[in-house]
Design a protein around this ligand. Structure first.
Ligand SMILES: CC(C)(COP(=O)(O)OP(=O)(O)OC[C@H]1O[C@@H](n2cnc3c(N)ncnc32)[C@H](O)[C@@H]1OP(=O)(O)O)[C@@H](O)C(=O)NCCC(=O)NCCS
Length: 170
């Protein structure tokens, strides 16, 4: 079953389903190479990001998998600050959402990732999903804090040097 991203509102934030025209602003938001310290890679140019957002908006080629992406709008300041995403696919229990988050360096340490991720997790609670997972580098304490505030707990499973965090829902 395909799930479609919808707008999600939290106290300070609007999670807005990602569009191709977000690419220019997001290229600036995500321009700090330090954002890739734990996940690898390097910042995309606006052109690369536009191409990536075009691919994302056409959706997953596998009908059993849904790609859901949002930009994080900080409502009072009227600016984009990062992204959250959920990839929903089959698992032994039914369906699993793999979730991830990024907040641009100038907006970090203000609880934005935690608030956005909690909003996403609450919304996912209303979707046909049995478990939530995130993969987090063991030294990445900020990301572990985000996962913990969403009710995920660390497991003993690892993938590419990252620990799997899990929350069962439903
Ligand atoms: C991880 C990330 C999204 C956190 O963004 P943020 O908006 O600064 O996070 P928050 O302000 O909501 O803080 C989240 C938690 O991390 C803690 N934290 C924030 N920055 C921290 C830091 N530099 N070192 C240690 N802890 C930190 C906060 O205290 C909070 O923990 P708590 O809930 O236990 O108090 C951001 O650092 C980022 O985008 N990093 C690069 C991309 C990335 O690695 N994403 C994760 C992929 S899974």
């Amino acid at each position: 079953m395909t799930v479609t991203a919808q707008r999600i509102e939290t106290a300070r934030l609007d999670l807005v389903p990602l569009r191709v025209d977000h690419a220019d602003e997001m290229a600036a938001v995500l321009s700090d190479p330090a954002l890739h310290a734990f996940t690898g890679g390097a910042p995309d140019t606006a052109r690369d990001l536009r191409a990536r957002y075009e691919r994302l908006s056409t959706g997953s080629p596998d009908p059993a998998v849904s790609w859901l992406n949002w930009v994080i709008l900080l409502r009072d300041e009227g600016c984009l600050t990062g992204t959250v995403q959920a990839t929903i696919g089959p698992c032994a229990l039914g369906a699993r959402a793999e979730i991830a988050w990024v907040v641009g360096t100038p907006w970090q340490h203000r609880g934005i990732a935690g608030e956005a991720a909690r909003g996403l997790v609450t919304w996912l609670g209303g979707q046909p999903v049995e478990e939530l997972v995130a993969h987090i580098h063991p030294e990445h304490h900020a990301s572990a804090g985000v996962a913990a505030t969403c009710g995920l707990t660390p497991t003993d499973e690892w993938q590419d040097g990252e620990r799997r965090w899990l929350r069962r829902v439903g």
